[in-house]
Each structure stands twice: as C-alpha cells, then as structure tokens.
Design a protein around this ligand. Structure first.
Ligand SMILES: C[S@@+](CC[C@H](N)C(=O)[O-])C[C@H]1O[C@@H](n2cnc3c(N)ncnc32)[C@H](O)[C@@H]1O
Length: 224
C-alpha cells in the first residue's frame, strides 16, 4: 500500500470537504426556497380574499359594523322575528347578534376566511344551531326566503341591489341599510346618526314602485 503524501491528503480532504459543503449549501438553498415559496403562498392565500373585493367591478371591502351600528340595526328590527340575512356578512357579528335575539340568521360572504371565522365564533358563542354561513357571491344568491335583510354596502352597488331585492323579496320583508341608503327608495324609518345611521325600508312600500312603474308603462302603451 502506498503512503499518502501531505499533498494527497489535502487534495482528498479538499475534495470531500467541498462536495459535503456543496451538498449542504444545495439543501439549504432548497429549504430556503421552500420556506420563502411556502410563506408567499400562505400569505397570498390569507390576504388574497381580503384584497380580491378591490379588483371586482364593485369594490365592497371588509369593514365591520360598529357596536352602535349593531344597536341601531336591532332597535329598528324590534318586535320582528323569523329569518334574517346579512348580505356580505364579514366576520359574522350581525348574524351572531341576530341569533342571540332569536332570529334564524344567515350570512352570505365571499371571503372564505371570514366565513370559517364566523362559523367558529358562532360555535364558541353557542349559536351555531341557529346560524348558517355560506361562501357565496351575493349577486348569485336569491334572498326571497328572508323576511329581515341587512346590508352594509357601498354606494356603487345600492342601485343594482335595489332592483334585485325589489324583485326577490316578499311584501312582508324589511330591509335595513347600514351607513349608505338606497338611492331611489324612500325609507320608512331612520335610526342613528353619522356613520352609524341605518335606513329601514318595508318591502310592501318599495314593491309598490314596481307596480306603479308597470301601471304607467301600460298607460303609456294604451295612450300610443
Ligand atoms: C362592509 S363589510 C360588512 C360586514 C358585515 N356585514 C358587518 O356589518 O359587520 C362587506 C362584506 O361584504 C363582503 N363582500 C364583498 N363582495 C361580496 C360579494 N360579491 N358577495 C358576498 N360578500 C361580499 C366583503 O368581504 C365584506 O366582508
């Protein structure tokens, strides 16, 4: 067996050291890429649904109702019962408060994180049997079965929502608009002030508008 020279040893150790160190660096690189990539995916998954409303035609962001706003909603719904829907239910605070007041309450919300959180909060507060939360686009849902309707919207969507509710709701329904009123309906009641103002509309009143429109259309046709 030939003896190893000092230079052989240093070359050998250099070679081994370099490949070991190289594969360690490679593994470290893969781990770092996975961690950064995973974090970006997780960040996108969490923040994406909150940013998405800004990219829609009508931007309706998550802005939770204030405590005073909540009080105003239930003050104008005093004496009412049955079903209640919150259109764009956010973190579920209106639905949960409604369930605590005896309503069978439902929320429709686009953001899945808010829906999962709402379901968890309803379970924690003991109202999961009388609440339901759906991950849904409000424009693709019919509200015809609800007799109490709450909406905290934005001005850009209210006219389109007026038409939708006018055709879908039964005459016994009541609609409560938070912070922004409907543009053409006349409210039957108003409560609160400033950003906590709520406007109340009886379906019986606003459904008359359709009938009046149809009557005047018919009159115009018969006059022609
Ligand atoms: C102003 S926040 C009101 C939240 C809740 N109603 C409250 O008063 O605390 C409006 C909510 O509507 C949701 N939203 C936006 N566009 C929607 C859509 N097309 N369908 C359903 N929900 C939507 C938003 O994610 C947001 O949570």
């Amino acid at each position: 067996m030939s003896e190893m020279t000092e230079s052989d040893l240093s070359t050998d150790s250099y070679k081994h050291g370099s490949s070991g160190e190289g594969s360690f660096k490679k593994r470290l690189g893969i781990i770092a890429t996975c961690v950064v990539g995973g974090s970006l995916v997780a960040l996108y998954a969490v923040t994406g649904p909150f940013v998405a409303p800004a990219l829609r035609k009508v931007c309706l962001p998550f802005v939770p109702a204030t405590g005073t706003q909540l009080e105003n909603v239930f003050s104008v719904l005093k004496g009412r019962s049955g079903s209640l829907v919150d259109i764009g239910s956010g973190d579920g605070r209106i639905v949960i408060a409604a369930a605590k007041r005896g309503f069978k309450a439902v929320g429709f919300e686009l953001n899945p994180w808010l829906v999962w959180y709402s379901r968890y909060k309803a379970w924690r507060e003991g109202v999961h049997h009388t609440t339901s939360f759906y991950i849904s686009d409000l424009w693709k849902v019919s509200f015809s079965e609800y007799t109490n309707v709450v909406i905290f919207g934005v001005p850009q969507m209210m006219e389109q929502l007026e038409v939708k509710l006018q055709t879908e709701l039964q005459s016994s329904a009541k609609v409560v608009a938070c912070r922004f009123p409907f543009p053409t309906w006349t409210p039957n009641d108003v409560a609160g002030e400033g950003i906590d103002t709520v406007w109340v509309y009886n379906a019986k009143t606003f459904k008359l508008l359709i009938r009046n429109d149809k009557d005047s259309e018919r009159q115009e046709v018969s006059l022609q």
